[in-house]
Design a protein around this ligand. Structure first.
Ligand SMILES: NC(=O)c1ccc[n+]([C@@H]2O[C@H](COP(=O)([O-])OP(=O)(O)OC[C@H]3O[C@@H](n4cnc5c(N)ncnc54)[C@H](O)[C@@H]3O)[C@@H](O)[C@H]2O)c1
Length: 247
C-alpha cells in the first residue's frame, strides 16, 4: 500500500475510472477530476465504501484557473501530489474540409492544453519531493493516423511530443513521464461513437490481433506499473497497450 496521492483526470468514466479504481485498490489516495461532477462523486463514494481514500473534484481541464483551484483544494484535502494520470479527453469525427475553428479549438483545449495544465499544476509538489510519476493517455491515432480525426490526432500527437519533452526536462528531478496510446478500449466514449453509427466496437475488436477490445483495466495495469517503483527506469516512452493493433 503506497499511500501516495494520485490525481486522475477524466476519472468519472472509462479509462480514467479504471485507473482510479486500480490506484485505490493499490492503496493510493485518489483525487478524481472530471467535468461531470456527479458521476465523479459517485465513483469516489464507491471507492470510499471499499475502504479507499478518494475525493472527487468537478473541473473542466480546459479552464486553466479552474484546474489551479481544483489542485489547491485537493492538495489541502490529501497532501502533495505525487502521481498524475491524464485521461480527460473528447473525440470528434469530422471530414477535414468541414472542421470548424470552434471544434478544432475545443479539442486542442481539452486534449492537449488540458493535459498540460493538469501536469503543470502538479509539478511544484513533484519538484519539491524530487519524485513524481506522470502518465498521459494519448491515442494510436497519433501513431498511425485516423480518417476524420485530423483535430483529434493532432491533439494526441501533441500529447506525445509534450510527454517526451517533459521526460527530458524532468528526468533530473526524479520525475518520469510516459504516455499510453490506446487503440480500441471498450468505454462509454467508444460505445457513444458506435451509437452514433461511426464505428462498430465488435467489428473493430475482431481486427485486434489479440482478438478483443481493450478494457480500462488493461490500461490501468500498465499505468500502475509505470507509476510503481518498478517503473523507475522508464521515461519518455510510448507504451502501446493495444492488443497488437499498432506494432
Ligand atoms: N476508448 C478508446 O478506444 C480510446 C482510444 C484511444 C484514446 N482514448 C483516450 O483515452 C482517454 C479516455 O477515454 P475514454 O474512452 O475513457 O472516454 P470516456 O468518455 O469514457 O471518459 C472520458 C472522461 O473525460 C471527461 N472529460 C471530458 N472532457 C473533460 C474536460 N474538459 N474536463 C474534465 N473532464 C473531461 C469526461 O467527462 C469523461 O468522464 C481520452 O483521452 C481518449 O481520447 C480512448
Amino acid at each position: 500500500m503506497t499511500g501516495r496521492v494520485a490525481v486522475v483526470t477524466g476519472a468519472a468514466s472509462g479509462i480514467g475510472l479504471g485507473v482510479a479504481r486500480r490506484f485505490a485498490a493499490d492503496g493510493y489516495q485518489v483525487a478524481l477530476l472530471d467535468r461531470d461532477g456527479e458521476p465523479a462523486e459517485k465513483a469516489a463514494a464507491e471507492l470510499r465504501a471499499q475502504g479507499a481514500t478518494a475525493q472527487a473534484y468537478e473541473v473542466d481541464v480546459a479552464d486553466w484557473a479552474a484546474v489551479r483551484g481544483a489542485f489547491d483544494r485537493l492538495r489541502a484535502d490529501l497532501g502533495p501530489v505525487e502521481v498524475v494520470v491524464t485521461s480527460a479527453g473528447i473525440e470528434s469525427f469530422d471530414a477535414a474540409a468541414g472542421i470548424t475553428q470552434e471544434t478544432w479549438d475545443r479539442i486542442i483545449a481539452i486534449n492537449l492544453t488540458g493535459t498540460f495544465s493538469c501536469i503543470q499544476a502538479a509539478l511544484p509538489d513533484m519538484l519539491a519531493a524530487n519524485w513524481g510519476r506522470i502518465v498521459t493517455i494519448s491515442s494510436s491515432s497519433a501513431q498511425q493516423g485516423a480518417p476524420y480525426m485530423a483535430h483529434y490526432s493532432a491533439s494526441k500527437g501533441g500529447v506525445i511530443g509534450m510527454t517526451k519533452a517533459l521526460a527530458r526536462e524532468l528526468a533530473g528531478n526524479g520525475i518520469t513521464v510516459n504516455t499510453i496510446p490506446p487503440s480500441l478500449v471498450d468505454t462509454p466514449m467508444a460505445r457513444d461513437a458506435e451509437a452514433r453509427g461511426l464505428v462498430s466496437v465488435d467489428a473493430m475488436a475482431a481486427m485486434v490481433p489479440l482478438g478483443r477490445a481493450g478494457t480500462p483495466a488493461d490500461i490501468a495495469g500498465a499505468c500502475a506499473f509505470l507509476c510503481s517503483d518498478d517503473g523507475s527506469y522508464i521515461t519518455g516512452q510510448i507504451i502501446g497497450v493495444n492488443g497488437g493493433m499498432y506494432i
